[in-house]
Design a protein around this ligand. Structure first.
Ligand code: SF4
Length: 378
């Protein structure tokens, strides 16, 4: 059986955050019911194509899935388990935001098989949450963790961001400290990107907000990395840290360049040597599913050379790097057959290290990851 991951997209949020360019809609509650029906139809349509696949992970992402009733989410999971071979003890994650997470909902989701909760905190301080347009305060976050623990969740991720407007290093460290004090199992930390089309971008262009310099941003990254490691959360990917055994199995599927199916509007898939994505607009997606017309917005066949490069690009995001054995098993030849000169050159420059089993980025290599990848591309 082939192993796959399953991503389910829920594009609804109470309010659009000021930095957000994800595929999510503010309000639009009346669309939830037809959307869930379309999503379930899509899942059932996949059944015949995935009969030889074992679903190892399910990820309910968004958007904010936790604004949808637990009964509806449990129903979607039920469609998954009745349509596919879902592995026993599959990692099933739901994303949620403080202020939308409720006690009864968590208990029901737990009973429905959800065993991992990913909470978007982003920052501890009220002023930063306000600048980001978040709907919650830090006390809502603490309550969410508390409710999750009471409901039996022993695997919680927290998303946090650094490089925020006017953020100091002390404030960033306070955010991480608060997270660690709660004994969180997994932390994802990302530098804020001011994306075009967002409120934050408008304010930035108008000179209304001031971002940390590149050096300050990097300093926050290094300090954050060291702090989390000192608190027992091991770095296993550029932006991800976990207690031993609590790494995200779902994200590891992406970084190992393995196969996954994405369902819902705009969801991406990697399957049968193709990458494809669904129609982005919610109405177009629902109409296509209802009428049985193509819901695909984009499809690309991936050549073997591209598969090799993508494997390297994604594997190098992980601290352990590229497994030489897995690479050879997948592509039929030793990695040096394809990239021997490049690897030697990058090892000489101290951007890569190689041992018996793995090839990985050095700390310096991580900082200039893009130029390392360009060498492999050439
Ligand atoms: S909660 Fe997440 S998906 Fe929703 S608007 Fe905010 S950042 Fe975007």
């Amino acid at each position: 059986m082939r192993n796959i991951g399953l991503y389910l997209h829920f594009p609804f949020c109470l309010r659009k955050c000021y930095y957000c360019d994800f595929l999510s809609y503010q309000g639009m509650k009346e669309w939830i019911e037809p959307y869930i029906n379309a999503l379930c139809t899509e899942l059932r349509e996949w059944k015949q194509h995935l009969s030889d696949c074992r679903v190892q992970t399910i990820y309910l992402g968004g958007g904010t899935p936790t604004i949808i009733s637990a009964e509806k989410l449990a129903y979607v999971l039920d469609v998954c388990t009745s349509s596919f071979h879902v592995q026993e003890n599959a990692e099933i994650t739901i994303e949620g935001n403080p202020g939308t997470i409720r006690r009864e909902q968590l208990s029901l989701l737990k009973r429905a098989g959800v065993n991992r909760l990913s909470i978007g905190l982003q920052a501890w301080q009220a002023k930063h949450l306000e600048t980001l347009g978040r709907i919650h305060g830090s006390e809502d976050f603490v309550n969410s963790v508390d409710m999750a623990r009471n409901a039996g969740f022993d695997n919680i991720n927290v998303d946090v961001m650094f490089g925020l407007p006017d953020q100091t290093l002390d404030e960033w460290m306070e955010t991480l400290n608060r997270v660690c004090m709660l004994g969180i199992e997994h932390v994802s930390m990302y530098s804020l990107k001011v994306e075009e089309g967002t409120m934050l971008h408008t304010w930035f262009s108008q000179g209304k907000i001031c971002l940390p310099t590149h050096e300050e941003d990097r300093n926050m990254y290094y300090s954050g990395r060291d702090f989390l490691c000192q608190h027992g959360l091991e770095q296993y990917e550029i932006s991800n840290f976990a207690l031993p055994g609590r790494e995200s199995s779902h994200n590891l599927i992406y970084w190992n360049n393995e196969e996954y199916i994405g369902c819902g509007n705009g969801a991406h898939s990697h399957f049968n040597n193709e990458r494809f994505s669904n129609l982005s607009h919610i109405k177009d997606y629902i109409d296509a599913v209802i009428t049985g017309t193509s819901r695909i917005e984009y499809r690309e066949r991936i050549s073997e050379a591209d598969q090799r490069f993508e494997t390297i690009m994604l594997n190098l995001r992980m601290v352990k790097g590229i497994s030489k054995k897995s690479f050879a098993q997948r592509f039929g030849k030793d990695i040096h057959y394809y990239y021997g000169d490049v690897i030697r050159k990058l090892v000489d420059k101290k951007l890569l290290v190689e041992d018996e089993e793995y090839i990985r980025l050095t700390l310096r290599g991580m900082d200039v990851q893009n130029s390392v990848l360009l060498e492999f591309m050439d």
